[in-house]
Ligand binder design. Structure first.
Ligand SMILES: [Zn+2]
Length: 80
């Protein structure tokens, strides 16, 4: 008679986009090298509102780095 212990762990942590700091990655097509691949979240960039307005950007931009050509992009974010 075999008594097999159950080692399965249903409580595995899963990555949450936009959540805690950590390895935040995203899949997409790079406008520079044209390769579909991973982008790594690099941090955020804050601008004074009048500067952002002049540049046609949002006060809060998220920086993403292409895993293929290592170009960093600023993506506008919608924050109040
Ligand atoms: Zn690229």
């Amino acid at each position: 008679m075999l008594d097999t212990p159950n080692h399965s762990n249903p409580n595995r942590p899963s990555p949450q986009p936009g959540g805690a700091n950590g390895n935040l990655v995203r899949w997409g097509v790079c406008p520079t090298c044209g390769v579909e691949g991973l982008f790594h979240f690099h941090g955020e960039q804050r601008w004074p509102e009048r500067v952002a307005d002049k540049l046609g950007m949002k006060p809060l931009m998220h920086l993403w780095t292409c895993d293929t050509c290592h170009t960093t992009f600023a993506e506008p974010t919608d924050t109040p």
